[in-house]
Design a protein around this ligand. Sequence first.
Ligand code: ADP
Ligand code: GN1
Ligand code: MG
Length: 369
Amino acid sequence: MGKEKADLIHIAERFAIEGEIGSIEAHGNGHINDTFLVTCRLAEGKTRRYILQRMNQEVFKNPKELMENVTGVTTFLQNKIRENGGDPEREALNVILLKDGGSYWQETDNTFWRVYRFVEGADSLDVVERPEEFYESAVAFGQFQKLLADYPAESLHETIPNFHNTIDRVEKFKKAVEADVMKRAADVREEIQFVLDREADCHVLCDMLAAGEIPLRVTHNDTKLNNIMLDHETGKGICVIDLDTVMPGSALYDYGDSIRFGANTGAEDEKDLSKISCDLELFSLYTKGFIEGCGGSLTEKEIRMLPMGAKLMTLECGMRFLTDYLEGDHYFKIHRPEHNLDRTRTQFRMVKDMEDKWEKMQEIVESFL
Ligand code: ADP
Ligand code: GN1
Ligand code: MG
């Protein structure tokens, strides 16, 4: 991770954490930030844990604006949770400030760091082990969006411009194919063609948003299963994390990204594509949970378009992995040479499977109208 433990301790000590640092270990499976679990010793053998993160500056060009969003959203959520009788220290992310009050630390090497309170008694999952977990994640992501319904959207910075603009994503993808800086395009012709054959689809949701047929909302935009903490005791989605991409978007993005990841019968980077498919039971469960979580706020049009949300978020993600592969793997963390290509292939297999199951998916969604 590029930093010695002593450096990490030095950075963590800038923040108003409690106790004496006992250990700092790399943590979690996020693809973007460098995440560490910091365990501090308190009196009487007790411990307090924190998450220390180096924000990814390749992805987030403006850490100051990023942290303005995160502090704004977390403070707003904490107030709502308090009003609703919940526990704001556990049900929302809590930013730990610097000893002198700022929300992030700039190291001398120009890296940017932040600290969150660790959400105890809960887990983030990389795969759906029990269908109920997926259902609970849906309810929680739906509720999250509902909680943010009256957040002042105009105060949010666009941390990644055009993040789910699939028209823009296709353009960037085509540029990467044309530039072919790594000379990899010839080996992935089939995958490139897969995108080009679906270019028209990439306009559908953008056009509907532009025409006002579906509403712009404040959404999370990165709703994969490991971005939610599930409570050990109740199994409920206790806290939505990874708030770096909270921005105006569509409910269909949040719904679709969860289906992309969690309703897949295989892992996002599975090499054996025969293991990849869209599990319709999980699809149905998530749909039910998300609609419930949104508490009646989704319009009929949004509900009818849910299958398109799932397909487009999966296609977009595959296209992003392929773009990164063509550009030399500078965006997503990779752990083996063709990692982004393996990820691309699972996404495209999932899209194809959704296309084969399209009518069934629509029937399922319509049963909730
Ligand atoms: P990335 O953008 O790289 O995905 P995340 O913010 O999602 O970074 O953090 C990576 C992982 O670290 C999460 O999937 C989760 O397992 C863990 N994590 C992050 N924040 C917390 C927290 N406050 N409490 C407990 N675990 C956390
Ligand atoms: C990244 O940050 P993480 O690992 O939760 C990415 C998402 C992708 C996802 C694919 C800011 O999510 O958009 O869907 O990887 N986040 C960002 O697994 O680009
Ligand atoms: Mg994450």
